[in-house]
Write a protein that binds this ligand. Structure first.
Ligand SMILES: [Zn+2]
Length: 292
């Protein structure tokens, strides 16, 4: 699923083009893709978009009269393409926006499951739709990250992915961030030392910025991810084969040497053969060792 770096790179690329000309035709949209019916899509026709904005993993296209917001959530397989006038695109996109110069913004979705969504909302309704989201992950800083971690006793990988607490990070970037921070995906958020919190906050910014820069240059997954989806490949920092563990319907990738003190994680017990409490104890002992 596209996460903050991917969506932000698209936002930057779309911001100018979508606001260059007024909308001539809005739609058609696949019945499963369009999530709202009032106001109808045709309300957009004749209006101009103010540009592209982003909230968490969603793209927002407000009209320049301030009356409407087109909200797009691409989910896992949705992709937005801007087609210049005359440029060939897909025959039946899930959603289409035509501009008066002949350019088009099209949403396509690979596979038969239609999960990506388009909402046409008033600014107030858009705000309500997004109200559950936590602060944007980029630029949070150690103090804010520390507050969020302390307020919730959660496994780090799970907490980082929770859009209500920190918005914009999914499983791929959680893997990259935790490896960069040299922290276990199963470490408990409320038990991190100030030094570990600072490391995590820095890793969030550094990794998302690295991802954004690469995505803006058009880099593919293989050039972007160092840990995610790299089972058995050598850790870029220490050479240990990258391991994985399934947790909460997600596959977590990590380096057993850099992140978990040589231990392998198991789905239900954290470290092999231990229960959750022992995991917490082990993480505390590790912290003390690290300080000494
Ligand atoms: Zn390593």
């Amino acid at each position: 699923m596209p996460e903050l770096p991917e969506v932000e790179a698209w936002r930057r690329a779309l911001d100018g083009p979508v606001s260059a000309f007024p909308i001539e035709r809005a739609g058609p949209a696949h019945i499963a893709t369009l999530k709202t019916f009032d106001p109808p899509l045709s309300t957009l026709e004749g209006r101009r978009l103010a540009g592209a904005e982003r909230r968490a993993k969603r793209l927002l296209f407000p009209t320049d009269d301030g009356e409407l917001v087109l909200l797009v959530h691409l989910m896992t397989a949705g992709r937005l393409r801007y087609l210049r006038p005359g440029e060939k695109g897909p025959k039946t996109p899930a959603f289409r926006l035509g501009f008066t110069d002949g350019a088009e913004l099209v949403l396509t979705e690979a596979g038969s499951k239609k999960r990506a969504g388009v909402w046409l909302l008033t600014p107030e309704a858009a705000e309500a739709e997004l109200a559950h989201l936590g602060p944007d992950a980029l630029g949070l800083g150690a103090a804010r990250v520390g507050e969020i971690l302390a307020a919730h006793s959660r496994r780090l990988h799970s907490l980082l992915r929770d859009q209500r607490l920190i918005a914009g990070i999914g499983r791929a970037w959680a893997n990259e961030i935790l490896h960069h921070a040299k922290l276990s995906p199963f470490a408990l958020s409320a038990e991190l030392s100030p030094e570990e919190i600072a490391r995590l906050a820095a890793a969030i910014d550094e990794e998302l910025a690295r991802g954004l820069e690469l995505r803006e240059r058009g880099a593919k997954d293989a050039q972007v991810y160092r840990i995610h989806d790299r089972l058995g490949e050598p850790c870029p920092d220490c050479g240990t084969p990258i391991a994985r563990v399934d947790y909460e319907e997600h596959t977590i990738y990590y380096c057993p040497r850099c992140q978990t003190g040589g231990r392998r994680l198991t789905p239900y017990f954290g470290f092999k053969g231990r229960n959750w409490d022992e995991v917490a104890m082990a993480s505390k002992r590790k912290t003390r060792r690290g300080k000494g």
